[in-house]
Ligand binder design. Sequence first.
Ligand SMILES: [Zn+2]
Ligand SMILES: [Zn+2]
Length: 336
Amino acid sequence: MSKIGATTRSCRILLVASLQLALLGSCSSSDPPAPTTGETVGELPASPALRLTGGGTTRVVLLGTGTPNAHPDRGGPALAVVVDGVAYLVDAGPGVVRNAASAAREHGLVALVADRLGHVFLTHLHSDHSTGLADLILGPWVLGRTDPLVVVGPSGTGQLTRHLSAAYAQDVEIRRDGLEPANSTGYETDVREIEGDEVLAYEDQRVRVTAFRVPHGGWTNAYGYRFETADRTVVVSGDTGPAPELMARMCTGCDLLIHEVYARAGWERREPRWQAYHASFHTSGPELGRIAAAAQPGLLVLNHQLLWGATPEQLLAEVAGQWDGPIAYGNDLDVY
Ligand SMILES: [Zn+2]
Ligand SMILES: [Zn+2]
């Protein structure tokens, strides 16, 4: 086993029996929801007494709203939930570290400076959502991060991370043991695999993160995430087919629902085999409108948009035709 493999830690998060208790709690006050029940393993601080003590400065920054298409203005899927100066990333699409740097500069968000990037939650292991993971493991370390990167994700995340680390073993050895003054800890990873349908995936003083399994075609293990902080509740769908009841339950009282979507107008021009794929793996504009009508978020943010020649205005109209609440068309570096 390589030095990298030997220093990569992993643990598994077991099923939390029910999210219901958590959802009965307030979504936006410092009074924490009732504790979840069940078993967790590893280093998760699952103390029922833990309180969200943040100061109420939660922001969501879209770092990449793209898809597998190499759109010049849209980075690979990634966003950041920034809570009291700490960034919790969702997904690591290509460009994640540089887009974080762009957001840091544009919005003055120090939490998104490279060496501060310390947590990532992978929704699933589709390559467009994860090919930036190697950069997220190594780039911030080279720039000074000393803590291991916390990687929360579905089954297979540990394997992916171990192989990435092994692939870069020479790089680590030369930087760590050569003349470069690189530290000897920041390239490590702390992997926490999700197991179950609704799981308390992570918790600290600033944020409580629930992972929930979503239907993403052939992916058995694909997840969305619900972030609860002292001042806001944010739900990120990940890649998913339409799941109105699930999203309504996860978004109970949520401030932001950030949801993937494709334009039905463009989809209708696709060939049948691609239509079948997208109808199984993703959510159309009208379907998303009906989801929002069921979930009633404070703001719906369109993300991971697939247009295929349709216009953003057409996609917005598809959604708005089913829901008259506030909608934002997400673009890279937008802040909510
Ligand atoms: Zn995707
Ligand atoms: Zn996907």
